[in-house]
Design a protein around this ligand. Structure first.
Ligand code: SER
Length: 374
């Protein structure tokens, strides 16, 4: 089952159960306390708090979406088996429509029956001095025949808020092949700026499942990078290029494509800086190594792969190419000779790093990445 089938299956499943399909919001949220959209629930924050009425806007208290997400927290881990910057999050949400029972039954039905995957174990919140143990979820999972139910602490099984304040609550996670695939959040508190929890008037459901991980399970691949969401990029690079490099490039070109399409431009500030970092990393690799293909071609492949999905109609090849070329030119003009020098070295100590900076203006972050093992 490819990723398009999976997206459709997910949306159809929840549509058939009374959920309205809501398109992804932009990667740049309207909440000034966060740089990027990191979760599906972000565009729905004000429905959870009761400020907005889901019946008026969606004709239902229950919605389903596939949300573009971008997380910088994992940026240094990209290149391993499962971390990403950009990813797609499948999620069903309820703003007072249903609660734990339905959320858990839906998750179980979708994973075990629709996709035929076997659930290794699930986790629930063990409780602490502020929030009681989640016995209700434990009972529901048990009634579905799940035997391995692990209890986790606040650090692991409590979600939110995104940004400075917002809805949050205990979670229950579903594990397949040892990896967490689905996070069910039971939003029942509002966390204010001082971290104080107050019960929400209406309880809500917020679930999130990474499409890439789910594809890995369904397509039975060793990592996410062999799924159809990445292999169309990986396959275009030379076989002997180090695996980590290929993964980083594949992750970053997807991120670059979606950030540019949502209006981000490389700069030295905030989201623009993050985009610049991704671009410069890809540029450094393609300038120093034989990556066998131009980054622009990889960016066009991303557009080809995603443009027909109704969520992502704003992917624009031409805009992407011109933005990338512009940054490429700027970066190489200023640090190109430094990059060539760097490539000749086996390792870089502090003195050499300083010299590279002094003579060629090579930024420390580029040198650090080289040191990190290209
Ligand atoms: N907001 C939760 C998460 O990102 C569930 O969607 O995991």
């Amino acid at each position: 089952m490819n990723s398009s089938d999976l997206r459709k299956k997910f949306l159809d499943f929840f549509k058939a159960r009374g959920h309205a399909i809501v398109p992804s919001s932009s990667l740049i949220p309207d909440d000034p306390s966060v740089l990027f959209t990191t979760a599906g629930m972000q565009q729905f924050k004000r429905y959870f708090t009761g400020e907005l009425d889901p019946m008026k806007d969606f004709g239902s208290k229950n919605v389903v979406s596939i949300q573009k997400c971008f997380r910088t927290s994992d940026i240094d881990e990209v290149g391993d088996e499962s971390h990403l910057t950009f990813f797609e999050m499948l999620g069903n949400f309820s703003f007072g429509g249903y609660w734990k029972k339905e959320a858990i039954v839906y998750a179980h039905e979708f994973i075990a029956k629709e996709l035929g995957l076997s659930i290794d174990y699930v986790s629930i919140f063990e409780g602490d001095k502020d929030v009681p143990a989640d016995e209700e979820s434990e009972k529901i999972w048990k009634s579905l025949g799940i035997k391995d139910i692990r209890k986790f602490r606040r650090e692991d099984n409590f979600w939110g808020p995104t940004g400075a304040e917002g809805p949050c609550g205990p979670t229950s996670e579903v594990y397949v092949r040892g990896l967490e695939v689905w996070n069910l959040v039971f939003n029942e508190y509002y966390c204010d700026k001082n971290k104080k929890l107050t019960p929400l008037k209406t309880k809500g459901i917020d679930t999130g499942m990474g499409l890439e991980r789910l594809a890995m399970m369904v397509q039975n691949t060793p990592t996410i990078f062999e799924t159809d969401l990445f292999d169309f990029l990986i396959k275009q690079m030379p076989r002997d290029l180090p695996t980590t490099t290929k993964r980083i490039i594949a992750d970053h070109v997807r991120g670059i494509a979606f950030l540019i399409s949502d209006g981000v431009r490389p700069s030295n500030r905030e989201a623009g800086y993050v985009l610049r970092r991704l671009m410069r990393r890809v540029i450094s690799y393609s300038y120093q190594k034989n990556i066998g293909i131009s980054p622009e071609t990889l960016l066009s492949s991303v557009v080809e792969k995603f443009k027909d999905i109704s969520n992502y109609k704003n992917l624009d090849s031409q805009l992407m190419e011109s933005t990338f070329k512009n940054e490429y030119g700027k970066f190489i003009r200023t640090v190109g000779s430094g990059l060539k020098e760097l490539e000749k070295l086996k390792s870089v100590d502090a003195k050499t790093a300083f010299k590279l900076y002094e003579s060629y203006g090579l930024p420390y972050e580029v040198i650090k990445e080289f040191e990190g093992g290209i």
